[in-house]
Design a protein. Structure first.
Length: 486
């Protein structure tokens, strides 16, 4: 009797409409691997590929029974004809060998032969192994065909947005669970959120947000971590889709702030973008934009708070780009002032009356749901004032609300500070806690929008920022009268 073979070979083959080069590259491109590796079994949570002889790969997939981890080392990479690599599944002893030969066909397509050589102890899994590779090759064909129909590479979502913060602060907003808990994958209707962030290459992250009594979970794995510069991680929501996307977040200094660049790619993102009418924003882009608005409001709320020299006075200071001469029109010229505060022609002579016309909802092109108690202000609101001081380009003063002793007072000074200007705003004669909360929240919001306009940033929605600041100031100023209004 002859001895049983120590190893067995399982083979499968497939004809592709794509070229040999395209099929070869599909084995090494993380975006394409995410679309064809064991399709339907679960989202990919890790795809690390070092495409060189001696380099390796690490492919993890979330499945019903846990995470299936696959790794190997490249033994041959002869583009576009031949690949060979070891293959090991975590928990199994030893490794097997996969050899792939690709032959270009006259019609522009190619023929692929795959041989998987394994220990004979796995003979009972031969048919399952053959079917597994056949299914993945079918997935590869679908992905390459979809790419050909699109006339190029898979679609990617790219979003850039400027923020009033340094790269270090913005990076912390993505990696500090306390800060991330205020904006990342949580919404206005969040009842409870849990952010578990193990920020290191190979570390796992998971965010669970409860809304309307249901939990929504996103998870993934960090692939690259470069503090204050770049984060790369996988992103999946298994309860909605088996797909796993790849997210790259980059931080770059821009003026007095930071430019954030987000790229989301993968089979799911490609399909979502491909299904949209020309020019229509995707649901993913809308979702990220809403989250970025919440992040911007958190950053604004955490800095530039009003000082309170006494119980009737609020004091703000801001360093703004430009000279006092350049900033003066933003205080006095109607069309410029309308971009951050209110429209209305301002007189030259002190003692003269004038009106300001507020249209707060439209101070930002970004839109959000207006809280019910602010709905009556979703229109132009007019207020009466009287000029008390006008000394271009340094001092401006006017009354605010009421007449005579019933009116509070606003005084603004502009002074040079290097190549910037220091704006000092004092609002005095505030009679009660509710008024102080309202005024503090309003000026903080309007001055933040002015800073964004001057820095050529898109400001967050007015009411989203105002509502958060109102909550902050109600706690901070310890107002006795909490019946706040606008």
């Amino acid at each position: 009797m002859s001895a049983s073979p120590a190893r067995i070979a399982v083979s499968t083959s497939k004809d592709f409409s794509a070229s040999a080069e395209q099929v070869f590259d599909a084995w090494l491109d993380p975006t394409q691997v995410a679309s064809w590796f064991a399709p339907g079994l679960g989202p990919m949570c890790r795809i690390d590929i070092d495409p060189r002889v001696g380099g390796g790969f690490h492919l993890d997939q979330e499945r019903a029974g846990g995470i299936a981890r696959h790794r190997g080392e490249y033994l041959k990479l002869q583009r576009p004809r031949r690949l060979a690599f070891t293959w090991q599944v975590e928990g199994d002893e030893g490794y097997s060998l996969v050899q792939i030969d690709i032959q270009q066909l006259p019609d522009g397509g190619c023929h692929l032969e795959l041989i998987h050589t394994m220990d004979a102890a796995w003979a009972g899994y031969a048919d399952r192994t053959r079917q597994g590779w056949a299914t993945m090759l079918e997935g590869m064909e679908r992905g390459l065909s979809r790419e050909a129909e699109q006339g190029g590479a898979a679609r990617k979502l790219l979003i850039t947005q400027a923020f009033p913060a340094t790269p270090e602060v913005l990076y912390a907003a993505w990696t500090d669970p306390v800060v991330a808990g205020g904006w990342l994958l949580t919404g206005a209707g969040s009842e409870q959120a849990q952010h578990l962030l193990d920020v290191r290459p190979g570390g796992r992250w998971q965010i669970t947000d409860r809304r309307d009594g249901s939990d929504y979970t996103a998870r993934g794995e960090y692939l690259a971590v470069e503090p204050a510069h770049r984060l790369v991680f996988t992103f999946a929501m298994p309860q909605f889709s088996p797909d796993s996307d790849r997210l790259t977040v980059e931080f770059e200094p821009a003026g007095d702030g930071c430019m954030l660049r987000l790229t989301q790619e993968g089979a799911g993102m490609d399909a979502e973008l491909g299904s949209l009418p020309a020019g229509a924003p995707s649901g993913s882009e809308t979702g990220w934009r809403e989250m970025f608005d919440r992040l911007a409001t958190l950053l604004i709320r955490s800095s530039g708070r009003a000082g309170q020299p006494d119980t009737a006075t609020l004091h703000f200071e801001r360093l703004l780009p430009g000279s006092p001469e350049q900033l003066w029109p933003w205080l006095t010229v109607s069309d410029k002032r309308a971009q951050w505060l209110a429209a209305g022609d301002m007189p030259d002579a002190t003692g003269d009356a004038f009106e300001l016309h507020f249209d707060n909802t439209r101070l930002s092109p970004r839109r959000t749901l207006i809280p019910e108690r602010f709905r009556r202000y979703d229109k132009v609101c007019t207020t009466a004032h009287r000029l008390t001081c006008r000394e271009p380009p340094h001092r401006l003063g006017f009354t605010w609300g009421g007449e005579g002793e019933d009116a509070s007072a606003v005084h603004i000074e502009l002074s040079p500070a290097g190549d910037q200007t220091r704006l000092t705003l004092t609002h005095s004669r505030l009679v009660n806690g509710a008024e102080r909360i309202n005024v503090a929240s309003g000026w903080h919001t309007h001055l933040a929008i002015l800073a964004d306009r001057l820095a050529d940033r898109t400001p967050p929605p007015f009411w989203l920022l105002f509502e958060g600041l109102e909550t902050d100031y109600a706690k901070r100023l310890k107002a006795a009268d909490l019946d706040v209004g606008v």
